[in-house]
Design a protein around this ligand. Structure first.
Ligand code: PLP
Length: 341
């Protein structure tokens, strides 16, 4: 699709192949860079480790067109480091931070016409991913790997812009203690498809998962971290070793404390205390800051005072400040903004 045929304001959160992508291959114990390539398809052995045992991981970040005509990415070192942490857990060769950022930059620059314009509400989403590409039969890691970065222009993840959504407390577990909840491996998403599908069938936007050990503490949703605002204006977000360490959540902690002057608490959050909070929201690269109006705990509803009609005042401030920093309207903490164009 040619860029001038795209209606930026109507873009879904979906895949649209761009002209080029970045690729590196790990062969004989070393990374070999192929640089930008044209093929969107990858041909692999039917017995590749990614197909048989889901040896694959990914990252997600966005390129933003700023008010003054630049194109920037947001804290990409944190995504690169998280992918390295995931690689270790899945016995995959580690990429380097440099290779990761170079791949992202090359894809953005070579596909610059596909960066949605400032103010359109859309961004260029970058999807770096890594997979075991050589054949295995017994359960073991692959010998060869492919690292790719592709880009695709996207609109909002949750339809309807910044409008409150409803969540359902899931009866399923997302992450076991000492499991893989803290890494971005494909395996965590395969097992979330069924509970996610069931939640959407019943009209919820997403599931919220509890800790698998005690089923009393709120963890996160299938693809976004969660936070709460207390009646006296504190920012509260769950602390748990089985939560995916969201770059957005780690940034909102700073935005809340340093930009909005809020008290921040990173602590265990009990399901039983949710009805005490004034506001609730999801956060992630795709979700940005999505207000949550209500949570259904198996028939008992938690209705946040901010309601279903419009976002709570603090969710709004968090959204405006974070996106203001990302799009250059508000000055960023040192090192947060990485200029690409
Ligand atoms: C990717 C992801 C997030 C969001 O992380 P960001 O770095 O903010 O994009 C949150 N939870 C899960 C389970 C995720 O996979």
């Amino acid at each position: 699709m040619k860029p001038d045929a795209i209606d930026w304001s109507q873009l879904p959160f979906g895949y649209l192949p761009l002209p080029t992508r970045y690729e590196a291959r790990y062969i004989d114990g070393a990374w070999q860079e192929r640089g930008l390539v044209q093929e969107a398809e990858i041909v692999l052995s039917e017995s590749a480790a990614v197909f048989q045992y889901a040896q694959t991981c990914f990252e997600g970040l966005k390129a933003y067109a700023t008010a003054d005509g630049q194109v920037v990415i947001f804290r990409p070192e944190l995504n690169a480091q998280r992918m390295i942490d995931t690689c270790r857990r899945l016995v995959m060769p580690e990429i380097t931070v440099e290779m990761f950022i170079k791949g992202v930059e090359l894809v953005i620059r070579d596909n610059a016409a596909y960066v949605p314009p400032y103010g359109s509400g859309a961004q260029l989403y970058l999807r770096p991913f890594l997979m075991g590409s050589s054949p295995v039969l017994g359960v073991r890691p692959a010998d060869e790997y492919i690292f790719r970065v592709f880009g695709t222009p996207v609109g909002p993840y949750f339809k309807g812009g910044i409008k409150p959504i409803t969540l359902a407390v899931s009866e399923y577990d997302r992450a076991a203690p000492h499991g893989t909840g803290h890494v971005k491996g494909g395996l965590n998403y395969a097992m979330s498809l069924y509970p996610g599908y069931m939640a959407k069938q019943k009209g919820y936007a997403e599931n919220v998962y509890l800790d698998a050990l005690t089923n009393t503490k709120v963890e996160e949703t299938g693809g976004a971290n969660i936070f709460f605002i207390t009646n006296d204006g504190k920012f509260v977000t769950p602390k748990s070793p089985t939560i995916l360490p969201s770059v957005t959540r780690r940034s909102l902690v700073t935005v809340a404390a340093d930009y909005l002057g809020m008290v921040v608490e990173e602590r265990e959050v009990l399901l039983s205390e949710l009805s005490d909070f004034a506001e609730c929201g999801l956060c992630g690269t795709a979700a940005v800051v999505t207000p949550v109006g209500a949570i259904d705990n198996h028939g008992t509803w938690i209705n946040f005072p901010s309601g279903m009609e419009s976002p709570g005042a603090i969710c709004n401030q968090l959204y405006d400040t974070l996106t203001g920093i990302q799009m250059g309207r508000i000055s960023a903490p040192a090192g947060w903004i990485h200029r690409v164009i």
